[in-house]
Design a protein around this ligand. Structure first.
Ligand SMILES: Nc1nc2c(ncn2[C@@H]2O[C@H](COP(=O)(O)OP(=O)(O)O)[C@@H](O)[C@H]2O)c(=O)[nH]1
Ligand SMILES: [Mg+2]
Length: 200
């Protein structure tokens, strides 16, 4: 059982490849970015997306086959808006060979692990290396320790996440899709770190 964001949604945009619309002319005040989530199955990627986009947590929803696409726009204090086009896999994370198709052209990669699972932390480090080798050179990467509500079952110390992220120039945060803790903060912090196109 897990969160599924594969249900058709009114907010869904068309499936689009390039990061920039307006014929490639970027509007510095209205950014539009492709964001992908990577990490072991079961760490809570779909739940994070659902919590951010719909404000829901549904532990009973079924895993659906196929990639899903959701978008959400946030406004920053400097009146910039950032539209996240979020690509969530539905289990393809099990097939490492498919991953490059998925993260190609992504401006942002959110690498998620589960704080109760050292295996998922090791897998997150694998994804970071993969992105460093094959991702866009200017990709913004975030490391996310999810399921922070399960602190009594914690097996990955906060400091391990902090240290790994720092060494790899990533932003780090612990979240809970269940309680909504730090979910909006995650996306706001990513938005602040995006490279801005020069204003014309
Ligand atoms: N306690 C807790 N459970 C979570 C959290 N996020 C996800 N889960 C549960 O973890 C399981 C996998 O979640 P899912 O989003 O499908 O993981 P995915 O495979 O990475 O997309 C589901 O049973 C969720 O209910 C969280 O923050 N806290
Ligand atoms: Mg999922």
């Amino acid at each position: 059982m897990g969160c599924s964001s594969s249900i058709p949604d009114r907010n869904s945009g068309r499936l689009s490849g390039p990061n920039l619309e307006n014929g490639g002319l970027a509007d510095p005040k209205n950014l539009r970015v492709k964001l992908v989530l990577l990490g072991d199955s079961g760490v809570g990627k779909s739940c994070i997306v659902l919590r951010f986009v719909r404000g829901q947590f549904d532990p009973t929803s079924k895993v659906t086959v196929g990639a899903s696409f959701l978008s959400q726009t946030i406004a920053l204090q400097d009146s910039t808006t950032v539209k996240f086009e979020i690509w969530d896999t539905a289990g393809q994370e099990r097939y490492a060979a498919l991953a490059p198709l998925y993260y190609r052209g992504a401006a942002v990669a959110v690498v998620v692990y589960d704080i109760t699972s050292p295996e998922s932390f090791a897998k997150a480090q694998y994804w970071v290396k993969e992105l460093q080798k094959h991702g866009s050179p200017d990709i913004v990467m975030a490391l996310v320790g999810n399921k922070a509500d399960l602190h009594e079952m914690r097996e990955v110390p906060v400091q391990d996440g902090i240290d790994y992220a720092e060494k790899n120039g990533m932003f780090f945060i612990e979240t809970s899709a269940k309680t909504a803790d730090n979910i909006n903060q995650l996306f706001e912090e990513i938005a602040k770190r995006l490279p801005r196109p020069p204003s014309s």
